[in-house]
Design a protein around this ligand. Structure first.
Ligand SMILES: Nc1ncnc2c1ncn2[C@@H]1O[C@H](COP(=O)(O)OP(=O)(O)O)[C@@H](O)[C@H]1O
Ligand SMILES: [Mg+2]
Length: 679
């Protein structure tokens, strides 16, 4: 038996078939960009399939394949993949028509509060009102100029011409000023709002769980803060103002038009009722296409970010061409999505314009004919001919604004989703000021895995007494770094508990916990800025002397003194201007400056030669004699004096004890030791 969703997934039709290429229409694909992406991936994993392009907008899948290599027919591949994917839960929220109301609510929630909208809105109303009046005055001037022929007495015609002419000049002058103010007010509102929104977003992103951030990917996060925030701001800066303009024109000019010549307007509007359902359908399609485009943009940004970050490796493997190909493939997919979205939006706009243009032609011919017959005064005809395009333009403007509205809504949804998402790792109520931490760490039968289906840490127990040193050794991938991540509560344990000074981590205030621990990671990250800036991260209020002392204890002062600007030397993006070992030492200085009661070094000296490594570990130990230390190290000789050595293997404690005892035991530690003695 198939589930209803699987049956729905299976509704598909072959649209075209050529050797090596088939195009299918799949119902389940419409408005489901995540499914489209997953389907592409699933199909591409089959040997013989060379290229797949699935569109959530058209609901079609184009599959290129090598006929002799592909053993299964494309149809079966598609059905199998769709069935599997539709039975998996997708994270895709309901899109399209149903989400309309919720979407506009996201947008509303992200606009500035009402009080701040008053001034720009008022300026918009005045300015656009003046523009309308200006236009009407032009028509009145025209009619006054031609009035002689319509038989008005000469004196009256002259004074009328004078009055409308003066008003026209006055209104034009005032409007120049008001327009300037109006644009400025919207611009200021938009920019301030954008900046505030970015700050809120950044705070929300940085508060997320590490696992959430891993899952979201840098590309999406970058677009959120840059593009989505900008899109909302430009909606605010231009589109709200345009909408006010359109509304006013439709209201004022439209009413005038209706009262001047209702029959003509009726003739012109004949096509409209037929358009409405079509436009709604197209609107939904455009919205889906915009969402799809945004997702592709995220992926492209991510690829780009990755390839710039890894440029050294790419070059060293002379993989530039491959990388360019990969990233351009992503750019092509983005371009496809942009084309689709543009196509959908322009179809929507053209359809609307076409209908209006037809109405206008019909009206002009019909009105002209009536004027010739003397059934319509030339004055009314002139006014109608002026007003009608104004109203049409405004209606067209509404169409354009609708496009911006769709993309603003899609950005608003993404932003709102991030702002509303609460990190699952929340601090507890127990405060533990840094000065009061004794530095006792206890792991009680801790188990953990990054994904529900895997276990990385199996029932580990350990105990670190205040002021002692715990060393963790073991092969790569055995879970050493994971233990430290658990201690900092980047992830929560699956079973068991971790305590600092007798408090379960989950009860502790999160900031207190993280302030209590100084950590130097395996590949420490230096920020763009000076050496000093990077060390000051440990304690922003520290003096130059304290920074120098920390650098000294970390074994960094010698090379820092040799830098052109010493402590004020720029380290480059991600610390690129320094060697790995230099970066590590600056990171150690940073952790030392933090003066945290617990110091964790995760292979923090791995880039150094043996002698420097040993010297630094000694000086760090001396500089922080009251601290508890956890040292993850590869070279066993550097940790032989530790109070406890824990030998980890595949997430399990294999051995634990002091160096001599472990050697005497003749187990894994003794074996590793004997290996390293030969080095
Ligand atoms: N962010 C992560 N997501 C998923 N798996 C991870 C992640 N980090 C580490 N792992 C996996 O957990 C295991 C232990 O990794 P780690 O603690 O880094 O090992 P070690 O530091 O001992 O080399 C490895 O199998 C690794 O693949
Ligand atoms: Mg590690």
């Amino acid at each position: 038996m198939t589930s209803p969703s699987a049956a729905a997934a299976a509704r598909m039709r072959l649209r075209s078939s050529l050797p090596g290429r088939e195009r299918w229409e799949v119902d389940a694909l419409s408005d489901a960009p995540a499914l489209a992406a997953a389907l592409e991936k699933a199909l591409l994993s089959h040997v013989g399939v060379s290229k797949v392009s699935a569109s959530a907008v058209s609901g079609r899948v184009l599959v290129f394949f090598i006929p002799d290599t592909l053993v299964t027919p494309v149809e079966s591949l598609l059905r199998e993949a769709l069935q599997r994917l539709s039975s998996e839960p997708t994270s895709e929220p309901e899109r399209g028509a149903v989400s309309g109301e919720r979407s506009s609510r996201s947008l509303m929630a992200l606009l500035p509060e009402r009080a701040r909208l008053v001034r720009p809105l008022a300026l918009s109303v005045v300015s656009h009102g003046l523009s309308i009046a200006q236009g009407l005055l032009v028509v009145a001037t025209l009619n006054a100029a031609l009035a002689k022929r319509s038989g008005l007495p000469r004196g009256d015609a002259d004074s009328r011409f004078g009055v409308v002419g003066t008003l026209l000049m006055l209104f034009t002058g005032v409007n120049q000023y008001v327009q300037h103010e109006r644009k400025r007010a919207w611009r200021q509102l938009a920019r301030n709002h954008e900046q505030a929104l970015r700050a809120r977003l950044l705070a929300a992103i940085e508060a997320q769980d590490v696992s959430t951030l891993d899952a979201q990917g840098t590309g999406r996060l970058l677009s959120l803060v840059t593009k989505d925030a900008a899109r909302l701001a430009s909606f605010l800066e231009r589109d709200v103002d345009d909408a006010v303009n359109s509304a006013l024109v439709i209201l004022v000019s439209g009413t005038l038009l209706l009262t001047t010549s209702p029959l003509l307007v009726l003739v012109a509007c004949l096509p409209v009722p037929f358009m409405v359902p079509l436009l709604r359908k197209l609107g939904r399609r455009t919205a889906a296409a915009r969402t799809h485009q945004n997702e592709r943009l995220d992926r492209f940004t991510q690829h780009l970010e990755n390839s710039f970050a890894g440029i050294i490796d790419i070059k060293s493997f002379t993989a530039e061409q491959d990388d360019v190909r990969r990233v351009s493939e992503s750019a092509r997919r983005l371009a496809d999505a942009e084309l689709e979205a543009g196509e959908a939006a322009s179809l929507e706009a053209h359809l609307m314009q076409g209908a209006f243009a037809t109405g206008f032609v019909v009206m002009t011919l019909y009105g002209g004919w009536k004027a010739r017959k003397g059934l319509l005064s030339s004055e009314v005809f002139a006014r109608t001919m002026y007003l009608f395009p104004q109203v049409l333009g405004a209606l067209g403007g509404v169409g354009g604004a609708l496009g911006s509205y769709h993309s603003a809504v899609s950005s608003a949804e993404r932003i709102q989703e991030m702002l509303a998402s609460r990190p699952s790792i929340q601090g507890g109520p127990v405060r533990l000021p840094k000065a009061q931490v004794r530095g006792e760490v206890r792991f009680d039968d801790v188990s953990f895995g990054y994904a529900p289906s895997t276990t990385v840490i199996h029932g580990i127990s350990l105990h670190l007494r205040p002021g002692e040193t715990l060393a963790i050794v073991g092969p790569t991938g055995s879970g050493k770094s994971t233990l430290l991540k658990l201690l900092l509560r980047f992830h929560d344990v699956r079973a068991g508990s971790i305590q600092v000074d007798g408090h379960d981590l989950r009860e502790l205030n999160l900031e207190d916990l993280r302030s209590a621990i100084g950590i130097v990671g395996q590949e420490p990250f230096l920020f763009e800025g000076t050496v000093k800036d990077n060390v000051l991260l440990g304690d922003p209020g520290a003096s130059d002397a304290e920074v120098a002392e920390a650098l000294d204890n970390a074994g960094a002062s010698q090379f820092v003194e040799a830098l052109p600007d010493r402590m004020d030397a720029q380290v480059g993006e991600r610390g690129r201007k320094l060697s790995g070992g230099q970066r590590q030492r600056i990171a150690i200085a940073r952790a030392l400056l933090k003066k945290a009661p617990i110091l964790a070094l995760d292979e923090a000296t791995s880039h150094l030669d043996y002698e420097t490594e040993a010297a630094i570990q000694r000086s760090v130990r001396n500089a922080s004699s009251r601290m508890s230390m956890i040292v993850v190290a590869h070279r066993l000789s550097t940790i032989r004096h530790a109070d406890v050595i824990l030998v980890l293997d595949q997430g399990r404690v294999r051995e634990m004890g002091r160096h001599e005892a472990l050697l005497a035991q003749g187990g894994l530690y003794a074996f590793l030791w004997s290996l390293q003695q030969g080095e």
